[in-house]
Design a protein around this ligand. Structure first.
Ligand SMILES: C[S@@+](CC[C@H](N)C(=O)[O-])C[C@H]1O[C@@H](n2cnc3c(N)ncnc32)[C@H](O)[C@@H]1O
Length: 197
């Protein structure tokens, strides 16, 4: 299935979203939080990596792999970070053996899935992660209970759900991970650290 973002946006538009990061001296506050929670992890899979902006601040000693199912996002990430492993692949069918990475990241990805896809994406992220899955969202702090389905983008072409905390916790738990920390220190952002139980 084609990626909705590829249908909606041009290469140039996508490049203009991600390329300013090359000028940033420091990561934005949300990425700072994420990088802190990744400390000590030797391999990272960035699932739905977009422009792979985080890669700028991942030490070279750490294995970083990005995957995204948008051709245009992957093309842009490869332009921004030549030589880095960035693959065009769907998050719900990851091509890696179990526990290959110490840590995987889902940053602003789960809110863009249909509910059935949501479960598949979490199942795959937990399967390929040996120790930790980090989930970050701009919507998480706003829904204690129900997950609310929203659409956004040109012609409402992609999901922009508000994730229910309980729903997310239950799904993570189903695949053998537990939420050990919920960091809400960045306004309107939430970063969850989920470790293998
Ligand atoms: C809002 S962007 C976030 C990009 C990046 N994680 C960040 O925060 O900088 C969401 C990304 O997830 C990707 N994506 C959404 N659903 C996906 C799926 N099922 N498989 C792989 N990538 C997906 C989109 O193509 C897009 O690049």
């Amino acid at each position: 299935m084609a990626n909705e973002w590829d249908e909606a946006w041009t290469d140039e538009y996508i490049f203009n979203i991600w390329s300013p990061c090359l000028q940033w001296e420091n990561p934005d506050p949300e990425r700072q939080v994420i990088l802190e929670k990744m400390k000590g992890m030797n391999s990272i899979l960035d699932i739905g990596c977009g422009g792979a902006v985080l890669r700028r601040w991942v030490p070279d000693s750490v294995l970083y792999v990005g995957v995204d199912n948008s051709k245009k996002m992957v093309k842009c990430a490869q332009l921004l970070f030549p030589g880095v492993s960035i693959l065009e692949w769907p998050a719900h069918e990851l091509p890696f053996v179990d526990r290959l990475f110490e840590c995987s990241l889902l940053k602003h990805v789960l809110e863009h899935q249909s509910l059935s896809r949501f479960d598949d994406v979490i199942r795959q992220a937990t399967r390929v992660s040996d120790k930790r899955v980090i989930i970050s969202s701009f919507n998480l702090p706003f829904a204690e209970n129900e997950t609310v389905i929203h659409m956004a983008g040109p012609n409402d072409c992609f999901y922009n759900n508000i994730l229910g905390e309980k729903f997310l916790e239950t799904t993570i738990g189903k695949y053998g991970f537990g939420v050990i920390e919920k960091d809400n220190s960045v306004p309107n952002r939430s970063t969850w650290v989920c470790d293998r139980v």
